[in-house]
Design a binder for this molecule. Sequence first.
Ligand code: ZN
Length: 424
Amino acid sequence: MRRVHPQDLRPGQAIATLRGVTLPDGSSSTLSIADGRIIAPPDAPLAPAVAAIAEREVEATGWLLLPPAADLHAHIDKAYTWSAAGEPEGSLEDAVACWRAFGSAVTEERIARNARRQLDAALRAGVTAVRTHVNYHEGVDPLRGIRAVLEAREDYRGLVDVQVVAMHDQFRDTGMIREAIALGIDLIGAAPHLSTDPHGEIDRAVTLAEEMGIGVDLHTDETLDPESLDLLHLARRTADWPEEITRSAGHCVSLAVQPPDRLAAVLDAAAEARVSIITNPLTNLYLQGWEHPVATPRALPPLAAILDAGVVLAAGGDNVQDPFNPLGNGDMVHVAAALVLAGHLAPRRAWDVVARGRELLGLGAAAGTVGDDADMILVRAASVAEALAERAPDRIVVRRGRVVATRLTASDAVPVSTRKEVAL
Ligand SMILES: [Zn+2]
């Protein structure tokens, strides 16, 4: 078996042993991998047949294992359109209006190209699970974006697991939603707070989901209006659903402006109904608060209170360089950093939130313990805090024990020992 360093690994190569890797709790460990899982270290050298498959022993001292990231709220059908849309700026309502006008001319080919570009970026960043919302697009052929994203989902199978949420609004008839379900979408979506009848929209989504046997992921209370508490209605309507049927609420911004007793009651109801909350800090920092030129609210729901109430909390990168956020890039390291800076979670807790989304997609645990999937991001850092602070420039992405992507800084071209001479 050859011993190599993580920076020598290339996509396609399998890892047999990771020696001296740092785990998120700061301990150092040597991990053995076989058949795509972390196994107990073998007492004796691996049998020849196993050794032939598991090619490499990796000396990983100085590298940290991060459980792979899950982006539980994306819009890959809109990605990379900010410039083409005229470089708009403004609130959620402004962005929605811009998209309605601009999106009508976006072709299926362009949607497909941009969706693949975002999934490529996600893979290199170590985001191996993505739940994306997709609009019924304006103009002719409203299902073109859904078809484009479903094709991308198939292209990335085994690399990035993609769930597709088809996002209707009050102007889309139920027949069209049934068509999208027949095409193979995973979940029903909507943004009830933008409609004239939010509870009616939730009821329509829930009733249709029950009839079709699938789950829902709704944009929920993406507003600083404290009277918007659609989360409570969603919880009441799905409280008797079987546990395995998804009911997620994205954003939940108005939780940030509730009095403590009402907040506690709503979170208790969400926990009881097993509604998961997906927070999207980067987009909400950008979209909300334009009407508050001073003391601008951060517009993140109270993350610690959500976790303490026993609600499953995951996170999303949300918009990637589109009219809803010109600066999103789908990199969940940046999202985790925002959960620390704007949401006041400790760095390790923030990464737990970012990794937790795997569970909502039905993927197995991947925390580097025996029996886990051998899925991970190796980053050159001493701790989770350092990885988030430095934004983890060097990353090796591993799925089922095999390298699937690498991202290394150019400094690797010059060994540390010779950098000084180069400088001189
Ligand atoms: Zn969204």
